[in-house]
Ligand binder design. Structure first.
Ligand code: SAH
Ligand code: SF4
Length: 360
């Protein structure tokens, strides 16, 4: 067996193995993708779960150097969806059997925001007879807030570590306590303690990031024993400090290819977690999300944000589907998923198998 095949046949990977897999040639990566596809079919099946995405607000108190909606960017309007708009999006998800939604937002920690989310969670629970599962992606919060939102009905939480290397983290964020690597890590631990299914992830192809960093990210996911992952390419945004490094970045296509490899390797390493086919992948390649599904992803997030707000939730440039209403988005995704050879788990929560197995 060739060395690459020997690595793929192993039941666990060392850091050197991961670097070799990430550096795989065009021919080798087909073997990697084939293996990831087999693992997906055997451990989570060929079903894709929908999470209706509600981009609740672009107000953000943070100033991450990569993100278009950072507080330092004043070149667009700030918005917050009304309760009626949120409940309407939830109703759409409910009527269309999505079974699950994600509420994502810029980071806000004030009392009014915390209470508002709590009351929305209770109303969502009431309005749908508890049939819609809610994932939150609202940044770093206190333990009390995480617990309040869990008690109000949220089941899962997505908080990307962004990069698992603390010194790289400090290059991508301002140097203060609200952008501290260890605080973010502690927030992930608090989420686990509070009972959530915990998802994290990284951006791929950032300035200063190396293949060795990406290998460490994969080891971080394994060691933290995550339930869900959402990873995607870093895409530059002109109104951010990191834009000055745009000429030093890997080409977009290479960032995309690396993201596919990260998804495939993670599927092989953590066989029964949920992995999202992220929107950022589709930004680079029109079939980016289908390709991610074909190499191991099993979750997709159709956008339910009212179209009038989409232009103002630009974390990165060239975000796709800015003018697509939920209905168009749904039929487009259905076709794409069938093309990828999967079926849609309508009406199913699609909870992380990894989480339920750990807890039984
Ligand atoms: N404010 C919350 C959730 C919204 S941001 C939080 O930060 O956790 C959601 C994700 O968007 C971030 O975790 C980050 O990984 C991603 N993101 C931000 N800017 C990006 C960019 N320029 N390219 C790709 N992904 C980006
Ligand atoms: Fe705010 Fe999240 Fe963007 Fe950072 S990544 S600026 S916390 S929305």
């Amino acid at each position: 067996m060739a060395p690459f095949e020997q690595i793929l046949a192993q039941s666990s990977f060392s850091k050197e193995d991961l670097i070799c897999l990430l550096n795989s040639s065009d021919k080798e990566r087909l073997m990697l993708f084939e293996k990831a596809k087999e693992v997906k079919a055997a451990f989570v099946g060929k079903k894709v779960y929908f999470r209706g995405l509600i981009e609740y607000s672009n107000y953000c108190k943070k100033n991450c150097y990569y993100c278009g909606i950072r507080s330092g960017n004043s070149r667009f309007a700030r918005y917050c969806m009304t309760d009626a708009e949120v409940l309407e999006a939830v109703d759409y998800a409910y009527r269309n059997d999505y079974a699950s939604i994600v509420i994502q937002s810029g980071e806000q920690t004030n009392k009014a925001f915390v209470t508002k989310i709590e009351s929305l969670l209770r109303r969502i629970h009431q309005q749908t007879d508890g049939r819609i599962h809610v994932t939150l992606s609202l940044g770093e919060q206190s333990e009390e807030t995480y617990r309040r939102w869990f008690e109000a009905g949220a089941h899962r939480y997505l908080l990307r570590i962004e990069v698992s290397n603390p010194s790289l983290y400090s290059k991508l964020h301002p140097n203060n306590l609200s952008h501290d690597y260890h605080r973010r890590l502690d927030a992930l631990k608090t989420l686990r303690k509070a009972g959530y299914q915990v998802g994290t992830g990284v951006m791929i192809g950032l300035p200063f990031q190396t293949i060795s960093d990406l290998a460490d990210d994969l080891l971080f996911f394994r060691d933290f024993d995550i339930d869900m992952a959402g990873m995607g390419p870093y895409i530059e945004h002109a109104d951010t400090p990191l834009y000055q490094y745009k000429d030093q970045l890997l080409p977009l296509k290479t960032r995309f290819d690396l993201s596919l490899k990260m998804v495939a390797i993670l599927r092989i390493m953590m066989k029964n977690i949920n992995i999202a086919a992220t929107t950022a992948m589709q930004t680079i390649d029109q079939q980016g999300r289908e390709k991610a599904l074909m190499v191991g992803a099993n979750v997709i997030m159709p956008n339910l944000t009212p179209v009038k707000y989409r232009q103002d939730y630009l974390l990165y440039e060239n975000k796709p589907c800015l003018d697509e209403e939920a209905e168009e988005c749904k039929s487009c995704l259905e076709a794409r998923i069938h093309m990828a050879g999967d079926t849609i788990g309508y009406g199913e929560w699609g909870d992380s198998k990894h989480h339920s197995e750990r807890n039984t």
